[in-house]
Design a protein around this ligand. Structure first.
Ligand code: NAD
Length: 257
């Protein structure tokens, strides 16, 4: 009997999810572990990574290790990847998820804010890819999943640093996909639409803006973190083996308009 779901299994795979202690990162780490992978989740706060790792391990029966690392620090990133390989034996899947946002008109944003967002959302994924590259190249297999955003594809006022970082991440995805295609490593971008997590906390204080966003989403609701689990499993597994340099949008229809 042909079991098509085998295509999505991640048995014997090891995944690293940056910023994996909450929000979309935690939902993706849970999905990867639930499909059979051992998972490392990194956070700037070890206690938060520990709590999430324990929760995911209990829910899936997989090995899930917490790591403290700031993705803007090359030293932290290199130590993080070394720890994954040392403790879990290999690294097959990198989910570049850690990210931040600060909103405001350009005239009210300072350049430090710009640098902070670009460092986290663009330099961070670049450093992480660079650190996992030698391992993936040596084994001739790898999956790099860059969590961009619909704002990497379309504009929205008062998001100049964030949209620039996410657009840049899509171009990094395409370029690295070409660079690493000869080694059997695929590099793809995932662009979520509005999903209620800590990054969108401001909308809880501004119900009008929350509703305005909801009305703009054709499927009629904000997303839940679990809504991207299917996409990340596809992108991490054999199911997506002929896809690289691609951009997958999971946005309730926002960018279809
Ligand atoms: P979140 O704030 O819950 O999670 C972001 C995570 O990144 C947190 O765990 C945070 O601690 C971590 N992080 C931030 N800076 C870091 C650093 N320097 N080093 C290590 N970790 C760091 O928000 P989320 O919604 O789960 O966001 C996850 C990703 O999804 C982000 O890249 C975000 O831009 C992207 N995204 C989110 C949405 C949405 O609507 N929620 C939409 C599109 C894209």
């Amino acid at each position: 009997m042909f079991d098509a779901l085998q295509l999505f299994r991640l048995d014997n795979r090891v995944a690293l999810v940056t910023g994996g202690s909450k929000g979309l990162g935690k939902a993706m780490a849970l999905a990867l572990a639930g499909a059979g992978a051992d998972v490392a989740i990194s956070s700037r706060h070890l206690d938060e990574a520990e709590a999430a790792a324990q929760e995911i391990a209990e829910a899936t029966g997989r090995r899930v290790i917490p790591i403290r690392a700031d993705v803007t620090s090359a030293d932290d990133v290199n130590a993080m990847v070394d720890q994954v390989v040392r403790e879990l034996g290999r690294i097959d899947i990198l989910v570049n998820n850690a990210g931040i946002n600060r909103r405001g008109p350009i005239l009210e944003l300072d350049v430090e804010t710009w640098h902070q967002i670009i460092e986290t959302n663009l330099t961070g994924p670049w450093l992480c890819a660079k650190a996992v590259g030698p391992h993936m190249i040596a084994q001739r297999w790898g999956r790099v999943i860059n969590v961009s955003s619909i704002l990497g594809l379309v504009g929205l006022e008062e998001r100049t640093p964030y949209a620039s970082s996410k657009g840049g991440l899509i171009q990094m995805t395409r370029t690295l996909a070409l660079e690493w295609a000869p080694y059997g490593i695929t590099v793809n971008a995932l662009c979520p639409g509005p999903i209620m997590t800590a990054i969108n906390e401001v909308f809880k204080q501004n119900l009008e803006a929350y509703e305005a966003f909801r009305r703009r989403i054709p499927l009629g609701r904000w997303g839940d973190p679990e809504d991207i689990q299917g996409a990340v499993l596809f992108m991490a597994s054999e199911a997506s083996r002929f896809m690289t340099g691609a951009v997958i949008v999971v946005d309730g229809g926002w960018t279809a308009q």
